[in-house]
Write a new protein. Structure first.
Lengths: 296, 175, 233
C-alpha cells in the first residue's frame, strides 16, 4: 500500500514542479520585460520530447546516464518526508537518513558523467568536468552545515530534525543555528545551477554542457529529473532549516519561496567562470560552515 | 610624402607614380624589384602596417596586376606598390617573411586567380572553395553565370531588368 | 624516439570519387598486437552511416493529432546562422518580438532541435555543414528558409559559389520571402509552420528519407570535397 502513496506523492511533486518551472520562467521573462512562455510550456516540451520518433544510442552508458540521473532524483524523493506527521506522505524516510540523501544528490551527477563521456561530444565532457568540480566544492559547505545540525539535534534522521523544529518560527534551524543555515543556503545556489553558477551548462559559451548529445526520450528523462530534483532539494532545505511542512499548502509556499531564491539571484547576477565559482564556494560559505561547527 | 617618393625614385626604377590623395600614392615597379621595394618601405620608411594584397585580371594584356597596400601608422600615409606579372603560369615571389598574414592573402590569390607563391605556408590548401576543380573563379575567362546555371538548378521564371532602362520607363513613360 | 606506426596507408585509386579525399580518410591496413591484420576505413568504421528510415506517424489519429499539436507548440530552433539573416533571428528573443510566447525557443545543439532556420544564402562550403547539422537532427524535423537567396538565388543568382534552390538539397517546410525578411515576417513564418505541423504536413524528415538518393545525388554534385560518410547522424 505504501508504494501507491509514494507514487501519488511523486505524481503531485512532478506536476507541481512543472507548473512551478513554467511560472518561474514567466517571472524571469517579466524581469526582462517580456511576456514569456505560457505557464504550461514545460508540459508541452516534455510531451514533445517523449514523442520524438527517431532515437539512437551511443552505447550502454549513454543509455544508462539519464537513468542514473533520474534514479538520483527519485532516490532523494523516496527517502524524504514530505508532510510532517502525515503517515501517507512520509515516503520511506524511516529507512534512510540525511547521509543517504546526500549520496543520491551526487550519484546523479556521476551517472551523467558516464553518459556524457560516452556521448563523446567535447562540450559535454568539458561541461561534466566543470559540473563535477563545482558540485564537489558545493558539497563542502553543505556537508559542514549538515554536520553542524547533526551535532545540534544529535540525529541524522530528517523526520526527527523536523520534529525538533516544530512550535513556531523561533524553533526553526534558521533561528537556532543561523550560521549553518547561511552556509547551506549559499551552497544551495550552486546546487540549483542558476546564474552565477550556471557555467556547467552555459548555453552561450559552452552549448548546453553535459546533455549536448541527449535527445528525445533521454532528454525527456533528464527534464523530468530536473523537475523532481529541483523541488526535492527545495523540500530538503525546507525540512532542514525552515521547519518542514504540516500540510500541502505550507509545503508549496515554502518550496516555492526557497526555489525562487536562486532564480532571483540568477536574474540579477552575471555568470562566474568555473575557477571563480570554485574559489567562491571555498571562501565564504566554507568559512561560515566551519564557524557553524565551532559555535554550535 | 613627396620626400619619401623622391627617396624611392633615387633607389628604384619607378615606371609610374599616381597621386590618389595627398596621403595616398601608387607606384609601379618591375616584378623583380617588388619585394625589394616592399622590404625597403617596411624597414627603412617604416610603412609597418600591411593592409592588403590584391590582383586584377588584365586579360587583354595577358597580365595580372598585383597591388601591395602599405600603411604608415604614425604619419597616416598609404602607399600602393603595383606590379604586372605574366598571366600564363603566373608566379610571384612570396612576401610572407615580412608579415605573417600575407600568407593568407597569397593563399586566397592562389585559389581565386591561380597565382602561385612558391614557399608561402599552406598556399595549396583550399581557402573558401572546398573541392574546386574548374579554372579559378575570379579569372575573367571564367563564366560565372553559365557555371551557376549549369550547376545550381536555377528556378525557372526569373526575370531581370536593367536598372537604368527600368527606371527610365517607370519614371518617364512618355519620353 | 619516433613512435613506430602499426598501420600502413593504402593509396586510393585515381577515380573521380577519390579526387578530394583527405589523407586522414584513406583506408589503412592495421596490424593488431596479436599479429592479425585488418583494414580500417575511417569513413565507414568511425561513423555509423546507415541510411535514414522513414518513421510512420502514430496509427491512432487522435494521438497523432495531439502530438502534432504539442510539436507545433514547442518549436526548438537550431541556432545555426548562415548568411545575413542570422542577425534577424536574434531580435526574435527580445522583448519587442518575444518569440517565446509562441513556444519558439533556441537550442544550441542539433540533437535537441526540431527546426532548422537557413537564414540566407548558402555557399557550397556552408551547405556541407548545414546538411551535416540537418542530418544530426532527430525526426520529426522541419526546415524554414529565409530570404530570396534560398528561394531562387536572390542577388547571388549567378554566383559561382552560392546555391540557388535550397529545396534540391533538403526538404523545406516554409519559405519566408524578403531580402532580408524582418522579424515580423519570421513570426508569420512560424505561424504558417505551426499550421502545417498541426495539419500533419510537417513530414520533411520522412520525405528526406524516402527521396534520399535524389537528395544525396544533388548534394554530391556540388560538394565535391565530401570527406564524410554519406549519412551521419
Amino acid at each position: 500500500m505504501k508504494i501507491v502513496y509514494v507514487l501519488l506523492g511523486l505524481f503531485i511533486i512532478i506536476n507541481y514542479g512543472l507548473l512551478q518551472a513554467g511560472v518561474l520562467r514567466r517571472i524571469t521573462a517579466r524581469v526582462g520585460k517580456r511576456i514569456g512562455v505560457p505557464f504550461y510550456q514545460p508540459y508541452i516540451d516534455l510531451i514533445k520530447n517523449y514523442a520524438i520518433r527517431s532515437q539512437f544510442s551511443h552505447g550502454v552508458m549513454f543509455y544508462l546516464g539519464p537513468v542514473f540521473r533520474l534514479s538520483g532524483g527519485v532516490g532523494i524523493f523516496l527517502f524524504m518526508p514530505l508532510i510532517f506527521g502525515n503517515e501517507i506522505f512520509s515516503n520511506y524516510s524511516m529507512a534512510g537518513d540525511l547521509i543517504l540523501i546526500m549520496y543520491f544528490m551526487f550519484i546523479g551527477m556521476l551517472g551523467m558523467a558516464l553518459g556524457a563521456g560516452e556521448g563523446g561530444h567535447p562540450y559535454s565532457i568539458i561541461g561534466i568536468t566543470r559540473g563535477l568540480s563545482q558540485f564537489t566544492t558545493v558539497e563542502v559547505p553543505f556537508t559542514l552545515a549538515v554536520i553542524s545540525i547533526a551535532i545540534q539535534y544529535q540525529t541524522l534522521s530528517i523526520t526527527e530534525i523536523v520534529a525538533a523544529q516544530q512550535g513556531g518560527i523561533m524553533h526553526w534551524t534558521l533561528m537556532t543555528n543561523p550560521l549553518a543555515t547561511g552556509a547551506a543556503m549559499l551552497s544551495f545556489l550552486g546546487m540549483m545551477m542558476y546564474a552565477p553558477f550556471n557555467v556547467v551548462n552555459a548555453p552561450q559559451e559552452n552549448p548546453l554542457g553535459p546533455p549536448t548529445e541527449f535527445h528525445g526520450t533521454f532528454l525527456g528523462m533528464l527534464q523530468t529529473n530536473r523537475v523532481i530534483l529541483g523541488v526535492m532539494e527545495a523540500i530538503l532545505f525546507m525540512n532542514l532549516f525552515f521547519g518542514g511542512a504540516t500540510n500541502w499548502g505550507i509545503l508549496f509556499i515554502k518550496a516555492f519561496l526557497i526555489y525562487f531564491y536562486p532564480v532571483f539571484v540568477g536574474a540579477v547576477f552575471p555568470r562566474y567562470r568555473i575557477d571563480q565559482s570554485i574559489r567562491w564556494f571555498l571562501y565564504l560559505p566554507t568559512a561560515l560552515g566551519i564557524l557553524a561547527i565551532i559555535f554550535i | 610624402m613627396k620626400e619619401i617618393i623622391n627617396n624611392i625614385q633615387e633607389k628604384f626604377k619607378i615606371s609610374e607614380v599616381t597621386e590618389q590623395r595627398e596621403n595616398q600614392y601608387f607606384i609601379s615597379v618591375e616584378k623583380k624589384d617588388t619585394i625589394q621595394l616592399v622590404t625597403y618601405l617596411k624597414d627603412i620608411e617604416k610603412f609597418t602596417n600591411f593592409i592588403l594584397l590584391t590582383a586584377v585580371d588584365w586579360i587583354e594584356k595577358g597580365q595580372f596586376q598585383l597591388t601591395y597596400m602599405l600603411n604608415h601608422p604614425s604619419k597616416k600615409l598609404d602607399i600602393g606598390v603595383r606590379t604586372f606579372i605574366e598571366r600564363e603560369n603566373a608566379t610571384m615571389d612570396s612576401a610572407h617573411h615580412l608579415w605573417e598574414h600575407v600568407a593568407t592573402f597569397q593563399r586566397e590569390l592562389k585559389e581565386m586567380f591561380g597565382i602561385d607563391f612558391p614557399g608561402s605556408p599552406r598556399v595549396d590548401e583550399p581557402f573558401l572553395l572546398e573541392g574546386w576543380d574548374n579554372i579559378p573563379p575570379m579569372r575573367r575567362d571564367f563564366d560565372t553565370k553559365k557555371y551557376s546555371e549549369e550547376t545550381y538548378f536555377p528556378r525557372p521564371g526569373r526575370s531581370t531588368n536593367d536598372p537604368a532602362e527600368h527606371m527610365k520607363k517607370k519614371l518617364y513613360p512618355n519620353e | 624516439m619516433a613512435e613506430e606506426k602499426n598501420y600502413k596507408i593504402i593509396q586510393p585509386d585515381n577515380s573521380e570519387e577519390n579526387k578530394f579525399l583527405k589523407p586522414e580518410n584513406y583506408k589503412r591496413e592495421v596490424t593488431a598486437p596479436d599479429g592479425n591484420t585488418f583494414i580500417v576505413d575511417p569513413l565507414n568504421d568511425y561513423f555509423c552511416d546507415a541510411k535514414p528510415q522513414p518513421h510512420a506517424p502514430n496509427t491512432i489519429k487522435v494521438v497523432e493529432k495531439f502530438l502534432n499539436w504539442a510539436r507545433s507548440q514547442s518549436i526548438w530552433v537550431l541556432g545555426f546562422g548562415t548568411g545575413c539573416g542570422s542577425i534577424e533571428i536574434y531580435p526574435l528573443m527580445t522583448p519587442r518580438f518575444d518569440a517565446y510566447r509562441f513556444g519558439v525557443q533556441q537550442r544550441p545543439t542539433p540533437r535537441q532541435s526540431n527546426l532548422m532556420i537557413i537564414s540566407g544564402y548558402l555557399s557550397v562550403k556552408t551547405l556541407k555543414r548545414a546538411i551535416r547539422s540537418y542530418e544530426q537532427m532527430q525526426s520529426p524535423k522541419f526546415v524554414m528558409a529565409l530570404g530570396s537567396c534560398t528561394i531562387n538565388g536572390g542577388m547571388y543568382w549567378d554566383s559561382y559559389n552560392t546555391i540557388n534552390r535550397l529545396d534540391h538539397y533538403m526538404p523545406v517546410d516554409v519559405y519566408v520571402a524578403g531580402c532580408m525578411p524582418r522579424p515580423e515576417a519570421l513570426l508569420a513564418g512560424f505561424m504558417e509552420l505551426k499550421k502545417r505541423i498541426r495539419e500533419g504536413k510537417g513530414e520533411g524528415a520522412n520525405q528526406y528519407a524516402e527521396n534520399f538518393d535524389w537528395y544525396k545525388a544533388n548534394q554530391k554534385k556540388i560538394i565535391k570535397d565530401w570527406n564524410m560518410p554519406d549519412y551521419n547522424w
